[in-house]
Ligand binder design. Structure first.
Ligand code: NAD
Length: 434
């Protein structure tokens, strides 16, 4: 059993902290936002992640998991201190490390014995060294500590499964005692035959950016190909299937759509470009990946206007606000870009999302939010499907059509079969398919 504290109780800290508690460890989750901690202490969830509520409640009941704003307690009572705070982008694309450094100061101020400080936030290469210096500068007496880089690869919507069955765990270490402590901590994961990989600290830090840039590149490449498919009459889904069967390529992250979003890919791709350029290196590929993605997110409305030239005063329905299904996270979601564009054209937007409405309300103005998909399409001149939630896949399209003013369906995630939808009398638009 290890005593662990997580600083930052968001999508990463809450899920991984809870999962470590479920392995029998004693976990304190610290957050500087009292609203987050109050809610969690009342048994309310602050984020939507499938299976999380039950796991939190079980571990709180077993007294293995607690929530507090008291960072001093978080430092003093644990041996392993995880940093899992946000690293948002600055205006120049650089990752903003102010929250990470705040935690480093707190740890240094309250450190009372040997600790391992594990950085789980996505941070540029060299951050571990900076965190080490910040902690040392705050220490009142000489206390030994180690820094580990443990990048997080979880996917929102499947985060618990990803924790329990990760493809790999990457641990950047530079001391034997830290290596031993981390090996013990991750031993339950190792039992699932998943590789635990120890690297040097800088390689671990860079791995996270390299992984996200690779995945984002695949998506942008397919999105670029989708335009050629539309021009020449090819089908991007068939192309994706055929290349995905090549074992050198694999089938994942080949879906063309409305562009990638979320709290990771957009900012991490740009932060990697910044990192390369700040070393006077070329960032041609990652800059292009970002450029293609922004263009993709903005490509829907012009295409819709070919069928609906004026959007002024028209009701346009949007299904799907989150950046992907099975999460409530709308950070950098393509839906936000598309809805802003629709509003610039004076359309009236009505929207539905199974989990994302509350968070979308904080980002969008003048949108009619609905609590079910059918209400959202009433009187609409077009329906845009922007997130591939399962419940949209087998929706009653006949009923949808009967509720709409004009049956235009723009399938931004290619979830419907074009022939079937057109047979129902829809004008059907999708991405990279006729
Ligand atoms: P988040 O915004 O959901 O949560 C961060 C939390 O940290 C917030 O609740 C905030 O109040 C808290 N915080 C800020 N300063 C603090 C401080 N000084 N002390 C204690 N708490 C503090 O962020 P997230 O999505 O969980 O991401 C965290 C990090 O993990 C980021 O670097 C992100 O890039 C990375 N990451 C995220 C994901 C993901 O899917 N969300 C996946 C892998 C990696």
């Amino acid at each position: 059993m290890s005593k662990i504290t997580f600083f930052g109780t968001g999508y990463v800290g809450l899920v991984t902290g809870t999962c470590f508690a479920d392995f029998g460890n004693e976990v304190i989750c610290v957050d500087s936002n009292p609203v987050v901690i109050d809610k969690l202490n009342k048994g309310e969830m602050t984020i939507y992640e499938p299976g999380l509520e039950e796991l939190v409640s079980r571990n709180v009941d077993q007294k293995r998991l607690s929530f507090t704003t008291d960072s001093e307690k978080g430092v003093k009572e644990s041996d392993i201190l995880f940093i899992a705070v946000g690293t948002p982008p600055k205006d120049n694309d650089q990752a903003d490390l102010k929250y990470v450094m705040q935690v480093a100061d707190t740890i240094g101020k309250h450190m009372n014995n040997y600790k391992v400080v594990v950085n789980k936030s996505t941070v540029p290469v060299g951050t571990a060294e900076r965190v080490k210096r910040r902690i040392s500068n705050n220490l009142e007496e000489k206390i030994l500590f180690d820094i580990v880089s443990n990048p997080e690869f979880l996917r929102e919507g499947a985060a618990i499964k990803d924790f329990q069955n990760p493809d790999r765990v990457v641990l950047g270490v530079d001391s034997e005692s830290a290596k031993n402590l981390m090996s013990d901590l991750y031993a339950p994961v190792a039992r699932t035959q998943r590789p635990i990989i120890f690297t040097d600290v800088k390689s671990a830090e860079l791995t996270k950016y390299a992984a996200n840039a690779m995945l984002a590149t695949r998506i942008s490449l397919m999105n670029e190909m989708s335009h050629l498919c539309e021009e020449v009459g090819a089908d991007i889904k068939e192309v994706a299937e055929c290349i995905g069967l090549d074992s050198r390529i694999g089938s994942k992250f080949l879906s063309a759509g409305v562009g990638y979003g979320g709290s990771c890919f957009p900012k991490d791709v740009r932060a990697l470009a910044y990192m390369l350029e700040s070393h006077d290196l070329n960032a041609n590929i990652v800059r292009a990946v970002d450029y293609v993605n922004n263009r993709q997110k903005k490509s829907l409305v012009p295409k819709l206007k070919k069928h609906l030239p004026s959007l002024d005063g028209k009701r346009i329905a949007v299904w799907g606000l989150t950046f992907k299904p099975r999460t409530d996270d709308v950070r950098d979601a393509p839906a936000l870009t598309v809805i802003n564009q629709l509003q610039e054209e004076y359309a009236n937007v009505s929207a539905y999302d199974p989990e994302g409405v509350e968070k979308a309300k904080q980002e969008l103005m003048d949108v009619d939010f609905h609590s079910n998909s059918y209400d959202a399409v009433k009187g609409a001149s077009a329906l845009l499907v922007l997130t591939e939630w399962d419940e949209f896949r087998n929706v009653d399209l006949q009923r949808v059509k009967s509720l709409m003013k004009q049956p235009i369906l723009y399938d931004g995630r290619n979830i419907f079969q074009p022939g079937k939808v057109r047979d129902l009398g829809f004008t059907y638009l999708s991405v990279g398919r006729e």
